[in-house]
Write a protein that binds this ligand. Sequence first.
Ligand code: 0O2
Length: 221
Amino acid sequence: REVTTFKTFHTEIKRFFLAYKFALSEIETKINILKEEFKMIHDYNPIEHVSTRLKSSKSILLKVQKKELPPTIDAIRENIRDIAGVRITCSFVEDIYKVSEMLHNQCDIEIVDVKDYIADPKENGYQSLHLIVKIPIYMSDRMEKIYTEIQIRTIAMDFWASLEHKIYYKYNKDMPDHIRKELKDAALQAAELDRKMERLNKEINILKEHDIEPSLFGDTP
Ligand code: 0O2
């Protein structure tokens, strides 16, 4: 009898994670379609890179404790909304909003929440646009809507966030003040770099529009 109970539990857990894996495949396909189609029409690719990850059961349990949730599958399914995570890196800030708009326009994606940490960066300097979405998954006997977190950021924001993440855990979440301050300065510099690159890109696009060789305007080879 105990063996049967364990088998049922094991199957339930496997099905639980499988649904998130399918959600990631669905979103990845959608993003790749957007990427290819946009590139074909506009001869330009707003998406540099896409990565996906499934949250580990250890991280899920830590979040259950942090949020003081009952450790049931239903509570986890409803309250932990980043078990399936997608990260999209774009070249420019304006591309982030373009990609977000394209996702908003897909009628089978339900936008549940938007956190704009670009318009309103976190206290430590973190910037990104987060979309919490629900995506339908069709299985042999049922349809489920699965929460997925989509983080959209520039390459500079991504560089900052991955380093900050490592430092944060290196200091066991208790960073010395001077490092905290330097990281915040670095985030401001990353934002300035993004603005500079966007300005340059606009300038180049104007030259292209008027069919002027950029080399005629400067000493670039
Ligand atoms: P991991 O390891 O990336 O999965 P929530 O608890 O999710 O309901 P929360 O924490 O307010 O609500 O969500 P938020 O602010 O949208 O953050 C979710 C994710 O964004 C984090 O997931 C990180 O991936 C990223 N993030 C948010 N703030 C920071 C930050 O200050 N620095 C870095 N490097 N990343 C950040 P996890 O689960 O914390 O981590």
